[in-house]
Design a protein around this ligand. Structure first.
Ligand SMILES: *Cc1c(COP(=O)(O)O)cnc(C)c1O
Length: 461
């Protein structure tokens, strides 16, 4: 008999979870004004709000924490981190930051001017925010296939090279500080970008004299998909693949809370010393001295180690296998989600489930609340609440998709937890016809409203 695949680690420390009753959850979610961000985490049994900063560190990472060097300047922890990054990416110049958006803030302060253009494959929301805040334009060049939830293609996160070339052709290189390639493509559902596509983007960047920035939060997961799906890469190690990816990059920004497997942290890395030097002033102003930039020495140590662990093939098979396992349970129950399953989350298609509900009553948010009531599971709405109002007309923007994102934390939950999540979702799915009303907004902020929004249930008539 062939041996089944099993986890590449065992558990040394546990954190107890509180299972609540439905009556308790009814009370808590009402007090939270039906916004899952307002729930105390102790009111949640399985937390799938995000995979950012929620991973479990290894024994070796905790050991590295004890060896942190907290010197203001020149800490050994910085050099350990720098060496680890250089080893993986080949990029020689490093600036630590407190998280990913801080790396964007430092880099974009140095290179983005009003009226600039930064084409990319579905910029992450903080990336887009930092670009638009500087009155520059984030132009989405993701392949059209990415918005079809049913379509199963191996690299749904790819850049459309035709669209990209059109943008590069129609603006002078001086107006394009960088092309932003995000791996994996978070906004498109944790979908990977192929090496062929990365190479193609890099060739266009060279042709038009523009630099390539790789937004790298899930670089190791992306490399896993290249190894397992792209021709010619099956026999290469994850590290060799990652090295090839960065051989095409001029800069990288990193949210270490994802594939760094740490709870907080980030960094910038550069090929060219001059590019790093342009950022130094902003790094000192916004983050801290160049050798810590918003991170404690101990955290830099944990990150140096976490980056290496994230490239372990058995770890990646466990992690991405767990997301695929949850997807296979949803297949079994006939529950629609964005296909194929991505690297870090499942995006449940709420519009196809709550078909009785008008979009004005927020289908994905309604599904998120129902799943919480059913099993104490916290996901996040990726739909009209997240999309905010149109800045001009102040009307609600209704995106084409209403999704409930269930993100899987790294090395935290077992497949029994995934069975529980799938079963709870099935129960909600089975009673979908009885969910006749959703929610209306009672209070909201003008931008990024979904974090603090307050809602009330629409009364059934
Ligand atoms: C999370 C993320 C960021 C922002 O990083 P933070 O650490 O949350 O500030 C940027 N880009 C991508 C692709 C991300 O997933």
């Amino acid at each position: 008999m062939e041996l089944p695949f099993a986890e590449s680690y065992r558990i040394k420390m546990v954190e107890n979870l509180h299972k609540s009753t439905r009556e308790e959850r009814e009370k808590w979610i009402k007090e939270a004004k039906y916004n899952l961000f307002n729930l105390k985490s102790e009111y949640v049994y399985i937390d799938m709000l995000t995979d950012s900063g929620t991973g479990a560190m290894s024994d070796r990472q905790w050991a590295a924490i004890m060896e942190g060097d907290e010197s203001y300047a020149g800490a050994t922890s910085f050099y350990r981190l720098k060496e680890s990054i250089m080893d993986i990416t080949g990029l020689e110049y490093v600036l630590p930051t407190h998280q990913g958006r801080a790396a964007e803030n430092v880099l974009f302060s140095a290179i983005v001017k009003e009226g600039d253009y930064l084409p990319g494959n579905s910029h992450f929301d903080t990336t887009k925010g930092h670009i638009e805040y500087r009155k520059a334009h984030a132009i989405d060049c993701t392949i059209g296939e990415a918005s079809d939830t049913e379509l199963e293609i191996p690299f749904k996160g790819n850049m459309d090279l035709g669209k990209l070339e059109d943008v590069l052709k129609s603006h002078p290189a001086g107006k394009i500080p960088a092309v932003v390639l995000t791996i994996t493509n978070n906004t498109a559902g944790g979908q990977p970008v192929s090496m062929e596509n990365i190479r193609g983007v890099s060739e266009l960047c060279h042709k038009y004299g523009v630099k390539l920035l790789i937004d790298s939060a899930r670089f190791a997961e992306n490399a896993y998909f290249i190894k397992t799906r792209e021709k010619g890469y099956a026999d290469k190690s994850i590290k060799e693949i990652v090295r090839e990816i960065y051989s095409y990059a001029d800069y990288m920004t990193m949210s270490a809370k994802k594939d760094g497997i740490v709870n907080i942290g980030g960094f910038l890395a550069f090929r060219d010393e001059k590019d790093m030097q342009k950022c130094q002033m902003f790094s000192i102003m916004y983050e801290g001295f160049l050798t810590y930039g918003g991170m404690a020495g101990r955290d830099m140590n944990a990150l140096a180690r976490g980056l290496q662990e994230s490239m372990d093939f058995d770890y990646l098979s466990t992690r991405i296998g767990q997301v695929a396992y949850l997807a296979s349970k949803l297949d079994e129950y006939g529950i629609p989600y964005q296909r194929p399953a991505g690297g870090h989350a499942i995006f449940v298609d709420a519009k196809k489930i709550l078909t009785n509900l008008p979009k004005e009553q927020f289908q994905a948010q309604t599904l998120a609340v129902e799943l919480y009531l059913e099993g104490g599971i916290r996901g996040v709405e990726i739909g009209a609440l997240l999309a905010d109002r149109d800045p001009e007309t102040r009307e609600n923007r209704y995106p084409r998709l209403e999704l409930l994102r269930l993100a899987v934390a790294r090395r935290v939950y077992t497949n029994n937890h995934m069975d529980y999540v799938a079963a709870a979702l099935k129960n909600v799915y089975d009673r979908r016809e009885s969910i006749r009303t959703g929610y209306r907004i009672t209070r909201e902020l003008p931008v990024m409203r979904h974090f603090t929004i307050e809602l009330e249930r629409v009364r059934q008539i």
